[in-house]
Design a protein around this ligand. Sequence first.
Ligand SMILES: Nc1ncnc2c1ncn2[C@@H]1O[C@H](COP(=O)(O)OP(=O)(O)OP(=O)(O)O)[C@@H](O)[C@H]1O
Length: 250
Amino acid sequence: MRVRRMTAPLVETRGLGVRMGGVQVLRDVDFAIAPGEIVTIVGPNGSGKSTLLRAILGSIRPSAGRIVRSAGLRLGHVPQRLVLDPTLPLTVTRFLGLPRRVSVARAREALDRAGLADLGGRQMADLSGGQFQRVLLARALLDAPNLLILDEATAGLDQPGAAAFYRRIEEVRARTGCAVLMVSHDLHVVMSASNRVVCLNGHICCEGAPEAVAGAPVYRALFGEGTQGALALYRHRHDHHHDHAVEAAE
Ligand SMILES: Nc1ncnc2c1ncn2[C@@H]1O[C@H](COP(=O)(O)OP(=O)(O)OP(=O)(O)O)[C@@H](O)[C@H]1O
């Protein structure tokens, strides 16, 4: 499904630049996400994907440009992982109440949305990897976000586990109407679920709707041959020149 940008974006970056440790990690990033849209950011390791998410989350400060957030923006964040002391007795429901208490009803509703309705009394240490990530999803849903941000939320899950997790994300979007912005290396899974894919390599190289195009050279150049055409290439419009690997493949 494509979502037309007729309404004001939830978040927009204009000419965003970020420097970290003296290195220009992002430059001139113009990005926007509309209500209800599912956008996936792809790009090689170190291309600035997490940095862009962190800038949007407000945890790092831009060195150039600006980030415009819509009034009433409610962010939910699913981190890549969270390490808990396995000896700590902590039920799922209690975990959801940290650091701010939530009612049992609200915790239950969030767990239900995340597909874990019956697990509120389970110990966190006893959860499978997939269940754990769903608890993080439930936590991100507690405040009814209108933008859900996921940074490699399925790292460590096997392929069926990752696919199930992203199906759940689509269900959450369908039920709540929230927009979803995610970074993932499970490209074949997330791209099919995305309205739009943004390819980042320090700046936005290309973006557009994912399309199943076998053996696309730009895609192969970035992600190797293993995709076998099951993956999608996105519409590619270039009006600038640069010399990284994406260009080399064209
Ligand atoms: N605090 C920091 N200080 C200095 N450099 C940093 C810092 N955080 C990130 N970087 C650098 O910024 C670049 C982009 O990092 P980022 O984590 O955003 O990339 P990524 O695309 O998410 O990578 P990956 O796919 O490996 O997760 C990297 O070169 C990284 O080393």
